[in-house]
Design a protein around this ligand. Structure first.
Ligand SMILES: [Fe+2]
Length: 198
């Protein structure tokens, strides 16, 4: 079983004006594809070949950095495409909103803290909402690292590598993060992952 690059779950121009067709073409067709191709090459003949993606990510962490980087980025991007949708963003569904109130201090505080995690991630990386020990937590990680290797399950993540926003926002990472939260988040997918993680 080799890793495969999925199609985007919407048209390349579906996320405008918040994320352009050009960004998605580069990000999905070039960057994500390279992670998949590289991970497959590194897996070939290795003891992790044929394992599930989560197992590959966790097992390669700390022991096989090149494989970890590419497999984790494949995992992150598989979800990232689904964390976006046309006309997304805004308020989360009721059950999730209640959990955000309990664990993250309400929607406005979640929004501010999540955006700040993305701004505060120096260089390339990700900002997350993850479930850890039954509670939601906001996290940030460098490069391809993700909450799986910190004993947590990610339910929302935003890519803050420059390849994710530089075509549309240049250096304005805060504007990209604001658009992500206000206009792009696919809360139904977040809720689905929350249901699986809790
Ligand atoms: Fe990316």
């Amino acid at each position: 079983m080799t890793l495969t690059l999925p199609e985007l779950p919407y048209a390349y121009d579906a996320l405008g004006p918040y994320m352009s067709k050009e960004t998605l073409e580069f990000h999905h067709d070039k960057h994500h594809k390279t992670y998949v191709d590289t991970a497959n090459k590194l897996l070939e003949g290795s003891e992790l070949e044929g394992k599930s993606l989560e197992e590959i990510v966790k097992a390669s962490h700390g022991s096989n950095q090149p494989l970890f980087n590419n497999a984790a980025q494949h995992f992150n991007h598989l979800h990232f495409w689904n964390w976006l949708k046309p006309n997304g963003g805004g308020q989360p569904p009721a059950a999730l909103a209640k959990k955000i109130d309990e664990d993250l201090g309400g929607y406005e505080k979640f929004k501010a803290d999540f955006i700040q995690a993305g701004i505060g991630q120096f260089g390339s990386g990700w900002a997350w909402v993850a479930v850890k020990d039954g509670k939601l937590a906001i996290m940030k990680t460098p490069n391809g690292e993700n909450p799986l290797v910190h004993g947590a399950k990610p339910i929302l993540g935003v890519d803050v590598w420059e390849h994710s926003y530089y075509i549309d926002y240049r250096n304005r990472r805060p504007d990209y993060l604001k658009a992500f939260v206000e206009n792009l988040i696919n809360w139904e997918y977040v809720e689905k992952l929350y249901g699986e993680a809790k």
